[in-house]
Design a protein around this ligand. Structure first.
Ligand SMILES: *Cc1c(COP(=O)(O)O)cnc(C)c1O
Length: 380
């Protein structure tokens, strides 16, 4: 079945034609003239990647790096943070589990400590508790997600940014679900690093991601260097690039990088404020319509009026995977969030929830198809 109601945008959104054309066009060029030669011919557009992403995020081109995934970008940023024995790293209960593993691994290696800041009554990071934890001293890094993958909440990242800035503490923001969904401006947020993936709300190709690294951020060398991020200057010595590209690898999908640039331009041209408003509105409409179905429970937390396009729910008496498979048969794409695999801490959520994630191109009619299909399955 080809025609689908696609409500798995938090997994991977649908690429616009322009993105597909860019990727396929470059692959065809590679096949015709050779990979290196094609890259040379596309050099100006590859450079354009940095300006396109910078414009979308309110950054400077030299603060942008391409990565093959958000997790890789995030790990690279973390790997450059000078962590020592007894240092404290703060994160939150809704943090993505890959990030959680990365933090624990990095902290264990040097005898640092990872502390999970509690959430508040709305389920977002408790900014007061975070402030107290910061003021207790010894914090080197705050690592936080903007929007978690398994829940509609939105963390108050600008307030976190102000706290970190005022104390000179590094702030690493996982903006995987928010870049392309809402207007994200690195100066307004006040983060030192930001990571995002191409395939989600940004509508870029799979196998792409990006890293923003603030110019002049005081960290060490990247954990990995190669011939593009550094220069071999002879016996036992090398020089690392100063811009954000010090985090890149030489080898990459040039087609993917070009496609991601087009996706960034596409998002920028649409206007991220309008996109954000529409996604938030569709999310609320869906929560409301699912919430009135008997036997359906919506699990999203977050401040009302400030939630994302990620809608999570469960259906009484049946598992999330059963709901997903049965919706797939009706041509509706949703996904299952296995909460333990995706977040640091669980906090009273069921082990599995159905996740429907809306994008601006979804329509109210499509939401009605989902709600109708769920209602049919719960027999209302
Ligand atoms: C998807 C996701 C990631 C991981 O992105 P990848 O590109 O798959 O590495 C990290 N954090 C959050 C919140 C996500 O939703």
């Amino acid at each position: 079945m080809d025609e689908r109601v696609h409500l798995n945008n938090a997994g991977a959104a649908l690429m616009p034609d322009q993105v597909v054309e860019e990727v396929v066009g470059h692959l065809r060029l590679e096949a015709r003239v050779g990979g290196y030669e094609a890259a040379e011919m596309a050099e100006a557009r590859v450079e354009g990647f940095y300006t396109s992403v910078a414009r979308l995020l309110g950054a400077r081109p030299e603060e942008v790096a391409f990565a093959e995934s958000a997790t890789r970008a995030w790990e690279l940023a973390l790997g450059s943070v000078p962590l020592g024995a007894g240092d404290r790293v703060l994160t939150t209960v809704s943090e993505y589990s890959s990030n959680g593993m990365g933090l624990v691994k990095a902290a264990r290696a040097v005898g640092a400590r990872v502390e999970v800041v509690p959430d508040d009554a709305d389920g977002v990071v408790d900014v007061g508790a975070l402030e107290r934890a910061l003021d207790a001293g010894g914090v080197v890094l705050v690592a936080l997600n903007h929007m978690p993958t398994h829940n509609g909440l939105v963390n108050p990242v600008e307030r976190v940014g102000r706290l970190c800035r005022a104390r000179g503490v590094l702030f690493l923001l996982d903006a995987c679900q928010s870049v392309g969904q809402v207007d994200v401006d690195v100066d307004r947020v006040g983060c030192d690093f930001l990571t995002a993936t191409g395939r989600k709300f940004l509508r870029g190709p799979r196998g792409t991601g990006l890293l923003y690294a603030r110019a002049g951020v005081r960290v060490g060398e990247p954990a990995v260097v190669d011939v593009s991020s550094a220069e071999w200057v002879g016996a036992q010595s090398y020089r690392v690039r100063e811009d954000a590209r010090r985090f890149e690898s030489f080898e990459r999908s040039v087609a993917g990088q070009l496609g991601l640039a087009v996706a960034a331009d596409y998002a920028y041209a649409l206007g991220m404020e309008a996109v954000g408003e529409r996604v938030a509105w569709l999310g609320e409409v869906l929560r409301e319509r699912l919430g009135v179905l008997p036997g359906v429970r919506v699990w999203d937390r977050g401040r009302v009026g400030e939630r994302s396009g990620i809608v999570t729910f469960s259906v009484q008496g049946v598992g999330a995977e059963w709901v997903r498979a049965s919706l797939a048969r009706a041509g509706v794409n949703v996904s299952v969030a296995r909460v333990h695999n995706q977040v640091w801490e669980h906090r009273g959520l069921p082990e599995e929830v159905v996740r429907a994630s809306v994008h601006y191109y979804n329509t109210e009619e499509e939401l009605a198809v989902l709600v109708g299909a769920v209602a049919e399955r719960v027999g209302v």
